[in-house]
Design a protein around this ligand. Sequence first.
Ligand SMILES: *Cc1c(COP(=O)(O)O)cnc(C)c1O
Length: 408
Amino acid sequence: MTPMLIDHLNRQRLERAAQGLTRQRRIAESPCTPRQWVSRKGQPAREMLVFGSNDYLGLANHPALIEALAEGAHRFGAGSGASHLISGHSRAHAALEEDLAAWLAPSIPDAAALYFCTGFMANLALLTALGDTSATIFADKLNHASLIDGALLAKAPMQRYAHRNLNVLQRQLEGCTTPIKLIVTDAVFSMDGDLADLPALLALAERFDAWLIVDDAHGFGVLGEQGRGALAHFNLRSERLIYMGTLGKAAGLGGAFVAAHPDIIDALVQSARAYIYTTAAPPAVAHALRVSLRLIGSDDGNARRAHLRQLIHQLRMELAALAAAHPALGWRLPDSSTAIQPLTVGSNEAALALTASLNAQGLWIPAIRPPTVPLGTARLRITLSAAHSAQDVQRLVDGLTLAARELA
Ligand SMILES: *Cc1c(COP(=O)(O)O)cnc(C)c1O
């Protein structure tokens, strides 16, 4: 007899398959670059042109970072050995936190910074530590899963407002009776690529004595002068800003950080369970991140961002023309000026048919389906990197053109 749990899981698996929602991993056989060797169960490895990573500056395989990781391992060892509050807080972590605090200093007066193993944990830590019973959390409906889960785990009630709808948010703030109010938003929405109206959100925060928590996973390193992120992009400066940046995307390595008023950072160290009860990341990663920060802020970083902006412009022009040439396919191009350029196709089946056609042409672009995105908005999530060339983008456009003819 099949055990109950296995039986239950098998039923869920069949339901998922019937809805075209089965997820499958591929194995990257080579480093993260636009041309990557990948394999699938039972199939030989092949080289594909990939538009799916969040390695926006092309640093994930940069020789200087590989070198810095090796150097960090030689200096600080392979593992940290313990959590930050026990014995795992290395000089490499401390030095990185100083660099990160300085990075955010133009936007947050007197900022302090705290390094985390992942952005998911940083968000859980932040929302559970600040979101106690005296607080209310206000969240954009399209916020990242880690912000939603952080808010669900927090004792504070959560009120969600329709995507970027500040009128709804304002009414919620007006009706709020808790002394502490936390507004939480992605800066760049991860599946749509559009920007939150951070200046207006900050104005609301100031007006209602609230705090604005900004998750800049996709803006850090990419937006603003020297890649300083979304706050710099909008020229914001306020003590009421709490910033979360991730370091596994544009920074090319891994981990994340929160930068904020020093008392907020201290509260996280004292009470955030997702910070306290986990082993510190290998110090070599922190060491290499310091080198990554210098690269991001350098002339080389500026050149990478300028090239990325050109690719974004090229792709948008071509995609708009393509969607207009095939109206029957119902492809839509949301309004995004960032490296995240989704092509919304509608049903799960349509998204899978499109990726299958591209796959046959050696192009790998992930299809994103519910529950990651709302029902009926399955999409190709095309992401660009400074490591792509204009020819790479043209090859993607040619591939989509051929797919459009096949599917029409
Ligand atoms: C990727 C991402 C995270 C999680 O960061 P990790 O370091 O990958 O855990 C959090 N928020 C947003 C908006 C993201 O895109």
